[in-house]
Design a protein around this ligand. Structure first.
Ligand code: FAD
Length: 492
């Protein structure tokens, strides 16, 4: 089957009738429910773009010859790696980088694990075969995916099997001839309920012990598998217009708790079963973390371009561009953008083929970027807040401009240095939705956490960093300093 269109994406969601809950109610059809219908249309637009720009977004499947999504490609040359990144950035521009779960993120994961699958064979060759087949199935059917990596925050000081109610985290209930039965809870599925399938993969920071093994699972199942429920947080799309809520009205992906009640997973969909050591090595040893980081850095360059654009328009709109600290804050965003671009350039131009033949970006560059951006993103949001000041709260709605009694007042009151009141408020509502609305606050939270806890990632980064050359540099410097030292002559 060739890559899907937006219409096909929506029809599949309609047909699937997955168990999705929000605001205390079960959702009959996510394609029309007010909490989901707009983001579903934004997702559909991504799939349609595949056919609007086929030369950029599609390639020929190596197995069927069909045109399939470029973001599923196993790149074997630097040109293919760049082509995949350009497809990612094409999609990212459509949401200004606001959709963290545009399909390319998990397409990269599925590709990497499907190709570098021998790790899964450590327990049983069947698991490696399953990973390979799943990649091909996802690519040929253009499967949209969400994923859940983490367990609920019950008591983080204890291992999973030591929790008061150790059956809450997702765990293995039974191994059967035809598959496994699993039960429990996983977090936090961004776009949970509006994709075809869910990947259940392990976080890389689980402890490897026999007690943890029942929680060490990796599999992929359709969202409408019996016993699976998506319990979504309240929606930040309040049904307002794209003028009033320019981002939340289109790109509110949602985040869901996923409940599994005696869910049957056939063996052909299982990649890891009860082996915490394999789970902990999955992202690293399949290079999935590298390909996912490549997508993230590419997407975040587009996002930073958008933040910079909003900042510059805001500066111009209220005539603050000549103030020294304003220039300095604009420069901060520019420096982030240029630094991220340099990371990406180095990652792609130092790429090497790995032992599975996949052209793999230089992880040193991507690892630095993926550890740094979560720390710097809150600052970018803060800069817009500082520069916007009262303008981010003096934000009448579009209806106020059309009101007979106050329309004239707000138009005059809200005028800027270079724009009229209507245009200025539209821009400032965008800046507010980007940084301060429920949607904007979630963006900051998302960028900080979605790839893992930056504190623990930073600890792992420190531990894994090649430190010896730098210590050696200083030791040699100190030794050299001793040999050239001439004692002070007190007589002169
Ligand atoms: C908006 C958003 C969307 C997300 N989307 C997804 C998704 O689609 N799929 C998915 O699987 N996950 C998703 N996540 C989850 C994300 O992976 C986690 O938030 C992240 O890994 C941190 O884990 P946690 O939330 O359980 O925090 P916790 O581990 O509970 O940490 C809470 C606090 O305690 C500290 N802490 C806890 N344990 C330790 C320790 N051992 N050492 C030092 N400090 C510690 C942390 O630093 C942190 O400050 C999303 C998260 C957010 C916020």
């Amino acid at each position: 089957m060739p890559a899907k269109t937006g219409q096909e994406y929506m029809e599949r969601l309609k047909r699937a009738k997955s168990s999705v809950y929000i605001h205390g109610e079960k959702v009959e059809d996510v394609t029309v429910h007010p909490a989901f219908r707009n983001v579903v249309r934004s997702m559909a637009a991504l799939y349609d773009r595949q056919y609007e720009k086929p030369e950029k977004m599609l390639y020929r499947s190596p197995t069927t010859g069909q045109l399939v999504g470029m973001t599923f490609i196993q790149p074997t040359t630097i040109d293919e790696l760049i082509a995949r990144r350009e497809a990612t950035q094409e999609w990212a521009r459509m949401s200004a980088g606001m959709m963290g779960r545009s399909p390319d993120y998990l397409n990269a994961e599925v590709m990497a694990m499907g190709v570098a699958n021998d790790l899964f064979a450590e327990d049983d060759p069947m698991f490696a075969e399953n990973a390979k087949n799943y990649y091909e199935y996802a690519r040929e059917n253009d499967i949209s995916l969400t994923h859940t990596l983490i367990h609920p925050q019950m008591n983080r000081a204890k291992a999973l099997h030591e929790q008061n109610d150790a059956d809450v985290p997702l765990h293995l209930v039974e191994r059967r001839k035809d598959g496994i039965i699993v039960s429990g809870i996983r977090l936090l599925a961004t776009q949970g309920g509006i994709t075809d399938e869910i990947l259940v993969f392990p976080s890389t920071v689980k402890k490897s012990t026999a007690g943890e093994d029942p929680y060490a699972l990796a599999f992929a199942i359709p969202n409408n598998t019996p016993g699976v429920k998506f319990i979504c947080r309240e929606a930040f799309d309040y049904g307002r217009s794209a003028w009033d809520h320019p981002l939340a009205s289109r790109f509110e992906e949602g985040d869901a708790i996923v409940s599994f009640e005696n869910v049957f997973v056939p063996w052909e969909r299982v990649f890891v079963c009860g082996n915490s050591s394999i789970c902990n090595r999955t992202f690293r040893e399949t290079n999935a973390v590298i390909h996912m980081s490549h997508q993230v850095v590419a997407k975040n360059i587009v996002k930073t371009e958008f933040l910079l654009g909003v900042t510059l328009c805001l500066i111009e709109a209220i005539g603050i561009g000549e103030f020294q600290h304003v220039k300095d804050k604009g420069a901060e965003i520019m420096l982030v953008l240029e630094t991220m671009k340099s990371h990406l350039y180095r990652a792609e131009h130092n790429a090497k083929r790995d032992r599975w033949g996949t052209m793999t970006p230089d992880f040193a560059a991507l690892d630095a970027a993926r550890n740094w951006y979560p720390r710097i993103y809150p600052r970018l949001s803060e800069i817009i807040r500082i520069l916007g000041a009262s303008g981010l709260m003096a934000i009448p709605t579009e209806a106020d401009f059309h009101n007979e009694e106050i329309g004239e007042i707000v138009s005059r009151a809200m005028q800027g240095a270079t724009v009229d009141g209507y245009e200025r408020v539209q821009l400032f509502r965008l800046a507010w939705d980007l940084t301060m609305s429920a949607f904007g606050a979630r963006q900051t939270h998302y960028e900080y956490y979605f790839f893992g806890d930056p504190v623990r990632m930073g600890m792992a980064y420190f531990d894994g960093y090649e430190k010896e050359p730098y210590k050696q540099f200083v030791r040699e410097f100190l030794r050299g300093a001793k040999s050239v030292f001439i004692p002070a002559d007190n007589k002169h």
